[in-house]
Design a protein around this ligand. Structure first.
Ligand code: ATP
Ligand code: MG
Length: 455
């Protein structure tokens, strides 16, 4: 995400020839400027522009208001079809109404024509920061901004369906099976489609990855919350001062402010801190989950595999439900059986009804069905999440955003990506049924009008 900080920003320019010539002579590769032109086109055509953008992935798109073929509403389409973050900059006659209109349709900046040295200097100064901002917020707000009324209406119509506030953990005895992905996507779906108030806690003491996957920039996290608890426990201030402090540690997700995130520990040293190890960790998580459940509809927790860790044990004991993940291979299913029944149920004395089996990275034809896996592991079946072999799940994480926010809003996804999205929707719908209704509405519209169109 910071890769462009020291480098140039490359720009794609759509402008009348006389403007292109002037810009090219100033903003060329050898000029040492921050913003350099990769190429320019004298005509704007949406299909063409989309293709060029996919090939060049420019960080800046500069549009001359008077370039042939261009009209302002096309900016919205250009943004929707984008595969990478960029800022859109307009050029218009100084003081003209076009200048105002360009800013009105959400351009990131507009500069006056005729161009001057001063304007070039302003571009160099302003655009890197604007690009960083666009890259940070990339995809996160897309869902909310473009969700059609029909989806919202379906959610509202189904709003009477039974659901309960819940704290839900995403766990597996194995590493790398998708605990973090499932926690993040479940939280994103409940908040962005369901419209519920959700808090996502990274409680993986073996190395929390929520912050990386969702590109959260925060100075605080789980350890601050734990210290706060231990400082205030036993005092009346626990319910006032400590809770207020805790709220300050929760980071709203850009674009989906009803999803709050409590980032995890940063390193091994933090996970060995006395406020989170052993019984201190168990006690803290009990308090944290109970406290957050009073204020939020859903508390979603990403866990680490090991159950010999205080915080992990505290979560397993305190949540209402544990999504147990495995992959579609028998060793993975066998590990689930062993750890759920022998290490958790018998040692912690918990009820098996609080566990549900989800097979992630599901593929057909591997000889393991959900039903068989559930019967073998003696954990009730919840569902499958298909493997997305296109890499889009990983891509979203690498770009620092939720997979559903990145792709559920997009038209023309590969079939496999759609199936994986569907898996997350079905899972979320089991906790909040209106999502299932909203999702089937989306599928109906997909055939006719494209996915998640405005209005
Ligand atoms: N359904 C899926 N289809 C394709 N790729 C997936 C899917 N689910 C997860 N992945 C990818 O698998 C990798 C591991 O996922 P994730 O980090 O969520 O696992 P984890 O269980 O949290 O791992 P850890 O044990 O390190 O905490 C990631 O690269 C993720 O993008
Ligand atoms: Mg993880």
């Amino acid at each position: 995400m910071t890769e462009h900080e020291s480098e140039n920003l490359t720009a794609l320019l759509f402008a009348r020839p006389e403007i292109s010539t002037q810009m090219m002579s100033v903003m060329h590769m050898a000029s040492g400027r921050k913003v350099v032109l990769a190429t320019f086109l004298p005509i704007f055509n949406l299909a063409n522009a989309t293709t060029v953008m996919q090939q060049l992935t420019p960080q800046v798109v500069i549009l001359d208001a008077k370039v042939e073929g261009f009209s302002l509403p096309q900016i919205v389409d250009l943004r929707q079809k984008a595969v990478a973050p960029f800022v859109v900059v307009g050029l218009a006659q100084a003081g003209s109404s076009e200048m105002e209109e360009m800013l009105g349709v959400g351009l990131d900046a507009a500069y006056p024509l005729p161009l001057s040295q001063q304007t070039f200097a302003r571009m160099d100064e302003e655009l890197p920061g604007k690009y960083e901002e666009a890259a940070r917020g990339w995809g996160k707000g897309a869902w909310g901004a473009a969700a059609p009324e029909a989806i919202k209406a379906a959610t509202a119509a189904a709003g009477g369906a039974a659901w309960e506030k819940k704290a839900i953990a995403s766990w597996s005895p194995k590493g790398g099976v998708g605990k973090t992905v499932v926690a993040c996507e479940l939280a994103a779906m409940l908040a962005a489609i369901g419209g519920r108030d959700v808090v996502l806690i990274d409680a993986n003491m073996n190395g929390g990855h929520v912050k990386t996957r969702l590109n959260i920039d925060a100075p605080y996290g789980l350890l601050n919350a734990a210290s706060t608890y231990h400082t205030h426990k036993g005092h009346p201030s626990l319910e006032s001062d400590a809770v207020n402090k805790l709220k300050a540690y929760l980071i709203p997700m850009p674009g989906t402010p009803n999803l709050k995130i409590l980032p995890g520990v940063l390193n091994m040293e933090q996970s060995l801190n006395e406020s989170v190890v052993g019984d201190a960790g168990i006690e803290f998580m009990n308090w944290l989950i109970a406290t957050l459940k009073r204020q939020y509809d859903f508390v979603i927790i990403d866990l680490g595999s090991s159950i010999n860790v205080g915080v992990h044990q505290g979560v397993i004991r305190s949540v209402d439900f544990i999504i147990v993940l495995c992959e579609p291979d028998l060793t993975s299913v066998a590990d689930v059986k062993e750890s759920v029944h022998r290490s958790i149920i018998s040692r912690m004395g918990m009820n098996i009804n609080r566990f549900g089996l989800v097979i992630n990275k599901w593929q057909d034809g591997l000889g393991v069905s959900l039903k068989e896996a559930s019967k073998f592991a003696k954990v009730s079946a919840m569902g499958i999440i298909p493997n997305d072999p296109t890499g889009n799940v990983t891509l979203a994480g690498n770009e620092g955003q939720s997979f559903v926010a990145r792709f559920a809003n997009k038209k023309g996804n590969p079939k496999e990506t759609e199936q994986t999205l569907h898996g997350f929707a079905s899972l979320s719908g089991q906790f909040y049924p209106p999502i299932a209704a909203a999702w089937s509405e989306r599928l109906k519209r997909a055939g006719k009008k494209g996915l998640f169109r405005r209005g």
